[in-house]
Design a binder for this molecule. Sequence first.
Ligand SMILES: *Cc1c(COP(=O)(O)O)cnc(C)c1O
Length: 220
Amino acid sequence: MINKKIYQQLIQDTQSYKAKLIAVSKTKPLGDIKDFLNMGQFDFGENYVQELVEKQQHFNSSPYWHFIGHLQTNKVKYIAPWIHLIQSVDSIKLLKEINLYATKNQRIIPCLLQVHIAQEESKFGFTIQILEKEISNICPEKFPNIRIEGLMGISTFTKNTIRIRQEYKKLKVFFDQLQSYKNKILNFNTLSMGMSNDYQIALEEGSNMIRIGSLLFGSR
Ligand SMILES: *Cc1c(COP(=O)(O)O)cnc(C)c1O
């Protein structure tokens, strides 16, 4: 069951922070997605390639699909023709593959670099340290068919809101640092952080894109 009341609330929250709402529809049925489309929600996030490909086939130009899960290089080709934004780029190897299939499809694929900010080692993403070193190599000369639009981060799964706030603060500082980077290669404007349990903190700390699943669609 989708939650329309919470949707209206989230629309208000995101508008007051000039942020964008991504409805995370992983594991949820097509009917739920259609209900949200009818309410004017066009951006949806999915984590699994096979599930996304199956869902995508049922629609025409909308929705705008965001890939937010760990993406294996051998699966890039399935989503490359139509993916709207890949938010979870976590290696140079993956960037190379995305660029290859973007070229084959004669398009530019917008991407966010995923930054590892959580305590859990299980989570993916570049560490800030590594990205600081690698960022100069992530340029249009090397990846002409990719447009890097910003960063994505996932906080530690915890009730400790102080820790969550610290992690988002840290990512915002890094985001600002990269934005002011002299090299014109980067066209950073998106900072994707915040999920159902912590989006308020994320917005307060400078997020301009939140990814909300369970609040909108019910628990998985
Ligand atoms: C599942 C998922 C979400 C949504 O999580 P909820 O807690 O259900 O809002 C957001 N971002 C990523 C990367 C996810 O995997």
